[in-house]
Every structure is written in C-alpha cells, then in structure tokens.
Design a protein around this ligand. Sequence first.
Ligand code: SAH
Ligand code: SF4
Ligand code: F3S
Length: 434
Amino acid sequence: MSSPKKLFIKTYGCQMNVYDSERMAEALGGQGYVPTDSADDADMILLNTCHIREKAAEKVYSELGRFRPLKQAKPDLKIGVAGCVAQAEGAEIMARQPLVDLVVGPQSYHRLPELEAKARSEEKALDTEFPEEDKFDHLARRPKATRGPTAFLTVQEGCDKFCAFCVVPYTRGAEVSRPAEKVLDEARDLVERGVREITFLGQNVNAYHGHEGGLAGLIWALSDIDGLERIRFTTSHPNDMDDALIDAHGTCEKLMPYLHLPVQSGSDRILKRMNRKHTAEEYIRLIERLRAARPDLLLSGDFIVGFPEETDADFADTMALIETVGYGQAYSFKYSTRPGTPAAEREQVAEEVKDARLQQLQGLLKDQQRAAQDAMVGRTVKVLFEKPGRFDGQMVGKSEYLHAVHVEAAGLAPGDLKPVTITASNSNSLAGEL
Ligand code: SAH
Ligand code: SF4
Ligand code: F3S
C-alpha cells in the first residue's frame, strides 16, 4: 500500500476560515491525504487566505515565495490558494505566481477532490464560482474520530450589508443560512465526538433565518442536545440583534455571557458614511438592553480608525463610545483601502494620523480589557479545559467570559468543566485553583 499523502493547510483571517480549513482537510481525506503540521514534508500545501485588509492579502504572495525551494526540491508538491484572496484575485494569483497549481474560492471548495486530480495531471485548476449547489451537501461527512472539546460550526455565510469599507460581500457572496436540521445534525455529530462547546459562525450570524425564531430559535434547539454544555456565536451585526436573541442571553443557560458586537465607530457622521445603518446612540441603547438581560455580559467589539474623512471630533466620539460601553475585549484596525469598495474612492486620512489614533484607541481598550480581567480575581468561574499548559501538570481552558485560565492540578483532562477560583490576572490570561 502506498503511504498517505500529506496535506499542510495554513489558515489566515476569521474563524470561518478555521472552520473551512477543517472541512477542506476532510474533503481531501477521501483522496488519501492526512494532515501534517509542517510544510516541509507536505505533498500539498493550501493557503486559506483573508482579503479583509491590504496586509492580510499581501502576506499570501510573500508566503508563496517562500515555498519556491520546497517545490524545486519536490516537483510533485502541489500548491493551492483558497479563501477570500483566491475569490478576489484568483486569476491574478495564477498569473503572478507560477508556483500555484490550484485556486479555490470559499463557496466551491467541496470541489477540491476534482481540482486536486486536475492539478495532479499537471493542469492548472481554478474554481471561484458561486455554485448553485450547496457545498455542505457535497462535502465529505465529518469523520467519527474524537476531537477537542470546542468546535466552530458555520451556520450562515456571506453578507448583504455592504459596509462601505468591506470586501466580504464580494468574497463570500450573498447572505445564505444553512437549514437548521443540517446544522443540528452536524452539532450532534460533534457532540458524539467529544465536543462540549459549539460556536456558531457567520459573517452576520445573527441574520440567521434557517430556523423559526432566527438565531435564537437555533440556539434553543442546540441547547436541547445532551452533552453539549456551552453555546457561543460570532460575528453579530447590531441591526440583527432581535428581542428573542437579547432575551436568550438572560434565559438560555448554555448560552455564554460573552458577545462580540462590532460598532466600528462612535461618530454618527462616520457610521452613516460607512453604511452601518445605525447610530451610536442606538448601539448604546442596545447594549443597555443586553446588559439588562444579562448583567455580567462581557462585550467585545471591532473598531476602524482613519476611515475616509474621519476628523478629530469623529475620533473623539469613538473614544467616548468606548468609555460609555466598556469592553472586555476588542479588535481595532487602521482603515485599509480595498479595491472595489465604495470608501476606496474617497478622501483618505493621512497614515500618521491613523497611527496616532490607533495607538490612543488601543491604549484605552487595553486598559478596559485589563480592568475586566483583573475584576475576575477572587471570583469563581467555570472553566472548560482544552489542553495542557506550558508547564508540567498545568491545564488551560476558557471561562464563560472567554478568558484563558491556567490551573495546576493533577488529573485534569481536556473536556472537564470545573469551577475555578481566580487567583491572579496576568498579561493575557488568568490563573486559578480548583
Ligand atoms: N461581519 C462582521 C465583520 C467582518 S470583518 C461585522 O459586520 O462586524 C472583521 C472586521 O474587520 C470588521 O469588523 C472591521 O472592523 C474590520 N475591517 C473590515 N474591513 C476593513 C478595512 N477595509 N479596513 C480596516 N478594517 C476592516
Ligand atoms: Fe463586512 Fe459590514 Fe458585512 Fe460585516 S456587515 S461582513 S463589516 S459588509
Ligand atoms: Fe478575511 Fe474572508 Fe474572513 S476576508 S475575515 S477570511 S470572510
């Protein structure tokens, strides 16, 4: 019997890409590929890419260049580009980088087995269609092997919101919800394999409409699965946060008190130019309602500084919003011009202004993050343990609030869910005792 071929996948970008990479590995499993952690011994390398900011996209070309010696040493090695850069610039990648044998978009990767076969027969293979068929119906069934205690599960894809800065509606296509039964089947499968926490994923996951009652309905159905302990979802848009979902935060025990709800800016003028379709005030009212339902909710957000025409006063509004809301966690970015998006055509903010604003904003967010973490000391949280820590006898897991918690104790195993008293707050994690 020939030895199995090895597949190395490198994943960039959001959690949806993490999920897609798993499914790609499973799809190629049928072609005799087993995963490897090293590009050096791979027979196929796949880069699952992100197009959200210029830097993310540029990484792909520099990474590809690094594979040249590998390909020279092993002419049979196949190199593929998947994900959002593949979707946006597939043909250009093939032209610019002759090393690339295969390009596949985020909506057509169920066709990877055929594309791989084509690449093996020394033809270039490119598929960036948005096919009629549902890729999930054509993907290999997920194997029965046991796996770690947490899993992502994509339930919704694409976006119809067209924020003026964003490429996602172009790279991922129109908003589509997966049928609830298929999602729940996949969830039951995951739970049988040892998963105790599921995070529903979607570019606008709370726009999910594949179940009565929307995402809240799906969450309640998921919560009926025995053996599943925790539910999370990401990423949400403020305008799709309906009453049932707000209510679920207060009433659904398995739904964790953590919410990623990006606002991008605190200035109404900029929000309007961003096409976000809500005001700063409406966002703040929404947070109040969520906190009324679940007072200990830990909030996370995304911010863009230096969006075209952003003034000092607009930026001050963003800082004020952050002060008002108080985030436990957040991501912030300098605006990056993306070809083909409306904001790319507008008057740009100077790079050094963006730099200064980002630094100021990150300073505030870091203080808030630190304060939220420090406030955990002395409290007892529940930790779902995931893996051994760096030191002997140490295990790492996540609290309800998604803080990483390190515990030193004998006999802990991945998948254990235990009360832990927090004893210290370190730079990026907490320490605690059983
Ligand atoms: N669907 C999610 C976000 C997807 S993109 C939502 O609507 O919130 C993830 C984050 O990347 C965005 O929230 C935004 O903060 C950031 N982002 C998107 N396009 C960007 C751009 N052109 N420049 C800088 N940051 C960007
Ligand atoms: Fe992009 Fe806006 Fe859609 Fe989020 S809601 S994916 S930021 S267009
Ligand atoms: Fe990036 Fe595509 Fe996700 S652009 S953020 S990988 S949807």
